[in-house]
Design a protein around this ligand. Structure first.
Ligand code: IPE
Ligand code: IPE
Ligand code: MG
Length: 233
């Protein structure tokens, strides 16, 4: 791996937790638990490598369609992660931010999210962007509404709207994704960071997320480094 040619912003669509558990005769929730443990180890590895921004897809706006027990399990898991399991990120000087809609999320989940972002707000080494209750189409809709509101209030005129305006009204003002990894063999984006993945390289390993370890991540980076990026030029 060439440490001088690392992607600046990596996105991971953490898919396959359910199948990982079902194939072992376990409940789907055990797959989510294993996935969260794997994420801890991956974060450790990714920030040690020196990758400055990691965005992970933790829960989509569409995931509320799932069985209420699975949704509740996930919500409680998020609380545990932000209150306890992911406290090590502060020690690694990683700032935790969230992308997504706040409505529909239980108050105790929002509280844990707010605490985590407040506690790490001055961290400088890297950024961990958690997409939770996130949908790429809603992000674009919410951006359009915010800009329309500013026009209505006379803060800007429609002539002023450019790509900088658009980017600054997304959930987070981050650079575009360089690499998007979706585990579990599915080859679709499922509403993940649509705007930010305009020129991203895609990588689709067959491994289910709980087994997608540091070594597999390094293979993804090596594949990324073999690609030729052109940006239309
Ligand atoms: C991804 O794993 C985690 C979430 C969507 C929260 P899945 O739960 O989608 O696992 P599969 O795709 O059913 O195996
Ligand atoms: C995408 O996975 C969302 C997350 C990983 C959080 P899904 O499992 O929900 O996506 P589909 O339904 O297979 O497209
Ligand atoms: Mg899935």
């Amino acid at each position: 791996m060439d440490k001088n040619n690392l992607p600046k912003h990596v996105g991971i669509i953490m898919d396959g937790n359910g199948r990982w558990a079902t194939e072992r005769g376990m409940k789907r929730s055990m797959g989510h638990k294993a996935g969260s443990e794997n994420l801890k180890e991956l974060c450790d590895h990714i920030y040690d490598l020196g990758i400055p921004i990691l965005s992970v897809f933790a829960f989509s706006t569409e995931n509320f369609k799932r069985d209420v027990q699975e949704v509740n399990y996930l919500m409680n898991l998020f609380i545990q992660m932000f209150e306890k399991e992911f406290a090590f990120l502060k020690k690694k000087d990683v700032r935790v931010i969230f992308s997504g809609r706040r409505d529909n999320l239980p108050a105790n989940v929002l509280k844990a999210m707010d605490k985590m972002s407040k506690e790490t707000e001055n961290c400088k080494h890297a950024i961990f962007n958690v997409c939770l209750n996130y949908g790429g189409q809603y992000e674009i809709l919410d951006m359009a509404k915010e800009i329309a509101q500013e026009v209505e209030e006379g803060k800007i005129t429609s002539k002023d709207i450019d790509l900088t305006t658009v980017r600054s009204h997304l959930y987070q003002d981050l650079p575009d994704l360089d690499l998007v990894i979706r585990t579990s063999g599915e080859q679709r984006i499922s509403n993940f960071m649509l705007y930010q993945s305009a020129y991203a390289e895609y990588y689709f390993p067959k491994t289910y997320f709980p087994d997608f370890n540091a070594h597999e991540f390094d293979l993804a980076i090596e594949e990324y480094q073999r690609r030729t990026r052109k940006f239309g030029g």
